[in-house]
Design a protein around this ligand. Structure first.
Ligand code: DAH
Length: 360
């Protein structure tokens, strides 16, 4: 057998043994590619005498055609086999039920849900939503809210401070949503009716406290606003939010630097086998702080207390979420466990409205 016949037999054997399209391509490159074995033989033709070229050229070209043909046939066989295998493995049973879309699978966190619920309730009463930054100045978080520098009430806030700047002022993570009151009064003219839901931060961590939590602030500034208005608003809110016809509330005197008088509000409830019912029972549960905005705060925000009065309140969102939805441990709210979220979360397409239902 001549060298050329031997080479052709060997290549045809390799073609027959190639088990997939990548393998067949490798054989093609080795034989017919730029540096392939048959291409190398074709390159020798140039150095031959015309007679030799005639006979050898015909033989080499015949071998090339044979190999090319064999490659094409084998490639088609392998291609069909690959497609058949894929079709067999990727069978789609169109009679199976459709899987939930991501929008159906996802869950809204109870805190987001409760923020949406309370926004719907207060929006219905004519309140707009105001927002402020999580990183605040000492001035907005404390001084303009009538916490004098060095006043012990500042210490009660367990504040996260940033490193002092060159002018020795320090930024901080806001300890309450009350600085948004200041921002709103400085940027809007009365009458003002806003709620300010958002994140707040304090150095505190146990079963009922987390370093980051949520509050919603309420602020009304107008001529002739008084505690009676505040009481009505809070009672209406509680009835709508807890979805009960009657909520008994108790207003206790308290102290906040930014309100005078200051009050804390408890709602009547009954605790029974780990469940809480509102509007009845013999227990009281604190849900918020409130009061008439202190004249010093109004003055610090360029509002004349002789003309305008106002009231404000601050409520813990995590707390009312736990109460309404029977969530026992505050810390789990922040753990990001999907199993917990699947249990306590809400369907994203069920948006709370007063007409359609707050907690479908
Ligand atoms: N900022 C207070 C706190 O975090 C809560 C509060 C109390 C807000 C009374 C108010 C208010 O607007 O009037 O403890």
């Amino acid at each position: 057998m001549s060298d050329l016949d031997q080479l052709q037999t060997q290549i045809l054997a390799e073609i027959a043994a190639a088990s997939d399209e990548a393998a067949i391509e490798a054989v093609r490159v080795a034989a017919l590619g730029k540096k392939g074995s048959i291409s190398a033989l074709l390159a020798t033709l140039g150095k031959m005498s015309p007679d030799e070229r005639k006979t050898e050229g015909a033989k080499i070209n015949l071998a090339k055609d044979t190999v090319t043909e064999a490659l094409t046939v084998r490639r088609d066989v392998l291609k069909t086999a690959a497609l058949d295998a894929r079709l067999a493995s990727e069978i789609v049973d169109v009679t199976l039920p459709v899987r939930d879309t991501p929008a159906d699978q996802g869950r809204i966190h109870p805190i987001s849900q409760v923020m949406d619920e309370l926004t719907a309730i207060f929006a219905d009463m004519g309140f707009a939503v105001a927002e402020g930054p999580d990183i605040e100045t000492d001035d907005y978080n404390f001084t303009k809210l009538n916490f004098p520098v060095g006043h012990p009430a500042r210490e009660m806030h367990d504040t996260f401070f940033f490193n002092p700047k060159e002018d020795s002022s320090r930024l901080l993570l806001r300890t309450h949503t009350s600085p948004v009151q200041v921002r709103t009064m400085l940027s809007q003219k009365p009458p003002i009716r806003v709620i300010c839901p958002g994140r707040t931060y304090r150095i505190d961590s146990d079963a009922t406290h987390t370093p980051q939590f949520h509050q919603v602030e309420g602020l009304v500034i107008d001529k002739g606003s008084h505690l009676g208005h505040l009481k009505w608003i809070l009672a209406e809110f509680c009835k709508a939010f807890f979805e009960v016809d009657n909520v008994n509330m108790r207003f206790r005197p308290s102290f906040f630097p930014f309100t005078e008088p200051s009050l804390e509000v408890d709602i009547q409830c009954r605790r029974d086998k780990g469940e809480i019912r509102f509007g009845e029972g013999e227990d009281w549960l604190e849900i918020l702080g409130c009061g008439m905005v202190h004249p010093n705060v109004l003055r610090a925000c360029d509002i004349d207390p002789e003309i305008y009065q106002g009231f404000a309140w601050g409520m813990g969102i995590d707390r009312i979420a736990m109460l309404k939805y029977g969530i026992p441990d505050l810390r789990q709210m922040f753990e990001g466990d999907v199993r917990w979220l699947n249990h306590y979360g809400f369907k994203p397409l069920d948006v709370p409205t007063l007409a359609g239902g707050l907690s479908p």
